[in-house]
Design a protein around this ligand. Structure first.
Ligand SMILES: Cc1ncc(COP(=O)(O)O)c(C=O)c1O
Length: 435
């Protein structure tokens, strides 16, 4: 096992951490996010009796005594460096594809002179998206708890990550996506070993099918926030960000929000980090970014509501954030309000412009959802909700290469003379048109 990890992580393992098949974990119990009711860890759980997500709780005093920043600094650069704050108990249940630390990429050419704008580029993770973080934990725990078949609804990236990790874990996977999910997602899900179904509806319609199948067949339902461990994986985005910034917090985080696992996970991470004494009370303002065609959280935030009713006729080309309703709505809104942040919607045209602008000016091809965060940043700068001198982190949640891009390329026929002057001037015009 140790050898296998060494191959992925490219660095020396702390041998003693991985021998004997056991990891030191500090999980004490699970807790209903609404009522606080306790549930036992180490048994298969879905939602609480109140129908709400369960959160994993740890003996944080124990973590504080056993784990320090110097120990952390010596570890390989992977998600597993935070294992004391994760729930997996047995090394053999970890089904790693190499969950690296993702870089914080500055955007020097489009950042206001006195500010700092960083992109946390999650597209570098296995299966090309941040869904790897949540699903590597969900599948490891499913394996640990004896699950043989899993199913989930997806807008693409989560299904791809579940398919990949289930194949490695020897778990059968069934994935349901809306029938207009980007083709590359559908095909990668199938290539990575899952059965994939295209449904003539939205992600919550797919979720209903998964729930029906759960009753009919008994597969494990891995829908967003319906099992407790995806949040724990997504939590590592917050821990990693804090570590990369020298245990300081940015002023603002812009997060493209669908089901909200990432924002809920990061908020939980910051709380746990403060309790183990690694950060102080300062928090970033958490900004929920949605699209004008599907903005249930923005509406709820503006209305001062605790829950977000289903958004009708949801539409946008940023597929990952086309989520009409989320079971963790109140947890997302809590993070936004407690942090003094806000929720903001941008339209598809602004996303397309932002997508092209960042790619052309900085050479960084975001995914459309990541581009939405830059469009929202521009809007918030203009209306004064973010100041130009602040340190801001945008989340790019997937590789831009997974999405259909505008057609490009000028055809050249060999054999004839090429008019080099007009070739260069039309290329320059092309740059003007789209720049
Ligand atoms: C690229 C991308 N961005 C953002 C999201 C939304 O993530 P979350 O469920 O954490 O809100 C998704 C979810 O599918 C996604 O694929």
């Amino acid at each position: 096992m140790t050898k296998r990890f060494r191959r992925f992580q490219g660095g020396p393992m702390l041998e003693h951490q991985w021998t004997g098949g056991d990891l030191t974990t500090f999980v004490t119990h699970l807790e209903c996010s609404l009522t606080g009711e306790h549930y036992p860890a180490d048994t298969l759980q879905t939602l609480s009796k109140a129908g709400r997500p369960l959160l994993v709780r740890y003996d944080l005093d124990g973590v504080r005594r056993a784990f320090d920043r110097a120990t952390l600094a010596a570890r390989p650069h992977s998600l597993w460096r935070y294992r004391e704050l994760l729930p997996v108990r047995r090394v053999n249940d970890i089904v790693s594809l190499g969950e690296i630390m993702t870089p914080l990429v500055p955007l020097p050419r489009i950042t206001p002179a006195e500010g700092e704008l960083l992109v946390k580029d999650e597209g570098r993770l296995p299966t090309g998206s941040f869904k790897a973080r949540g699903l590597v934990l969900a599948v490891a725990m499913a394996k640990e708890l004896g699950v043989e078949t899993m199913a989930m609804p997806t807008n693409g990236n989560a299904g791809a990550a579940m398919a990949a990790y289930c194949s490695r874990a020897g778990i059968k996977a069934f994935v349901f996506c809306p029938d207009d999910t980007p083709a590359v997602n559908v095909r990668e899900i199938a290539m990575q070993g899952a059965e994939v179904f295209l449904v003539d509806g939205l992600i919550d319609d797919c979720g209903r099918l998964v729930a029906e199948g759960e009753k009919a067949i008994g597969w494990f339902n891995c829908s967003t926030l319906r099992e407790p461990y995806r949040i724990e994986g997504k939590k590592t985005m917050g821990i990693e960000l804090a570590e990369q910034l020298g245990w300081d917090m940015p002023d603002v985080i812009f997060y493209p929000t669908g089901g909200g696992t990432g924002i809920i996970g990061m908020w939980k991470a910051f709380d746990e980090l403060e309790k183990i004494g690694w950060i102080g009370p300062k928090r970033p303002r958490m900004v929920v970014v949605q699209v004008a065609g599907c903005a249930p959280m923005v509406k709820a935030w503006e209305d001062g509501a605790e829950h977000a009713p289903r958004w009708q006729n949801a539409h946008t080309f940023a597929a990952g954030i086309r989520v009409p309703q989320g079971i963790g709505d109140f947890l997302i809104l809590r993070a936004v309000r407690e942090s003094g942040g806000f929720a903001i919607a941008v339209d598809d045209d602004a996303i397309a412009r932002a997508w092209a602008k960042v790619a052309k000016a900085e050479g960084l091809l975001l995914c459309p959802e990541g581009a939405a965060t830059y469009a929202a940043y521009e809007q918030a700068l203009a209306d004064g909700r973010v100041r130009p001198n602040e340190r801001v982190v945008l989340f790019n949640c997937a590789s831009g290469l997974k999405y259909p891009m505008p057609e490009a390329g000028t055809r050249l026929k060999l054999g004839g003379a090429i008019d080099w002057a007009s070739l260069v001037s039309s290329a320059a015009k092309g740059a003007d048109r789209t720049g």
